[in-house]
Design a protein around this ligand. Structure first.
Ligand code: ATR
Length: 279
């Protein structure tokens, strides 16, 4: 039997840690498989995706900037992909393309691993950002039982669009810059923007308005300790970095393509930290 084949499609994709995650699990579980990074420009996305099953791929992860187009290519969407309109996992099966969003559960799993979520959820969560990642996070927070979610985004129209998408939950838009209104009484702050990522400016927020008991989460994982997390730690907040979500969102993908449900372990985290140092 030939090796099973999967990968990640993005533009650019060289910085992705997904090959390190899946490569680690393939070795760990002794599975004959290959996981490759595939740089695909937006204008070629559809043609490349439809060609992959013909080349023997079991499926691919989809990353920036393809998560929204991927939702339109998939013939079948799971519930979280439908709710977010974004897909980060494609599975090719018997001529069909199945699209899922495993970022939602990935964020939820990481949150549960890091904090006592029930206690945090009694107070509002603040989500900074309104892109594809923010959609997954708002859904995960609503499902985790957060009573209220405040959305703050530089471009307010996108914040309103996001709030509208989840109109059955208590989502409110707070104007960018009105940090006292956003942070008062909050139980959790999440950076769902790309700010703070290597090569981008830091997310510079005056978190002194945030209650000390609030937890702070960042979806950025390169660097793993962002300026936001450093200042939050210094101010006495509990923090969660972006590696947890990244590792957990990969679990259903690996299981779908390679047939084993892999474990997220401290050894995997250590391996990824090594990769980040090398990059
Ligand atoms: P993703 O799918 O990763 O969420 P995205 O859809 O491009 O990517 O969204 C990026 C998010 O980062 C958006 O919320 C964006 O804010 P805008 O909607 O105003 O563009 C936010 N973002 C990126 N650069 C920013 C900056 N310099 N200042 C504030 N927000 C920024």
């Amino acid at each position: 039997m030939s090796d099973k084949l999967a990968g990640v499609v993005g533009w650019p994709v060289g910085q992705s840690l997904s090959p390190a995650i899946h490569g680690y699990w393939l070795r760990e579980y002794g599975i004959r498989g290959t996981y490759v990074a595939l740089p695909v420009a937006p204008e070629n996305f559809q043609r490349c995706i439809t060609a992959l099953p013909l080349m023997g791929f079991a499926g691919v992860n989809v990353t920036v900037p393809h998560k929204l187009p991927a939702a339109t290519i998939a013939g079948t969407l799971d519930d979280d992909a439908k709710a977010t309109g974004a897909v980060n996992l494609l599975v090719f099966s018997e001529g069909r393309i199945l699209g899922s969003n495993s970022d939602v559960q990935g964020f939820a799993d990481s949150l549960n691993e890091s904090f006592r979520v029930q206690a945090l959820a009694e107070r509002p969560a603040v989500v900074i950002g309104a892109g594809g990642a923010a959609r997954a996070i708002v859904l995960a927070l609503a499902r985790a039982g957060f009573r209220a979610i405040r959305i703050v985004n530089r471009t307010s129209e996108r914040a309103y669009e996001l709030a509208h998408r989840f109109e059955n939950t208590d989502c409110r838009v707070v104007t960018w810059g009105d940090w006292p209104a956003a942070f008062t009484d909050a139980g959790l702050l999440v950076n769902a923007t790309s700010l703070g990522m290597k090569g981008k400016p830091p997310l510079d927020l005056p978190i002194d308005h945030l209650p000390r008991s609030a937890a702070v989460a960042d979806i950025v994982y390169n660097p793993v300790r962002t300026a936001l997390l450093k200042s939050a730690e210094q101010a006495g907040h509990r923090v969660m970095d972006g590696l947890g979500m990244l590792m957990h969102q990969a679990v259903p993908a690996f299981e779908a393509w390679f047939g084993v449900r892999p474990a997220v372990t401290v050894e995997l985290r250590a391996q990824l930290l090594k990769e980040l140092l090398r990059a």
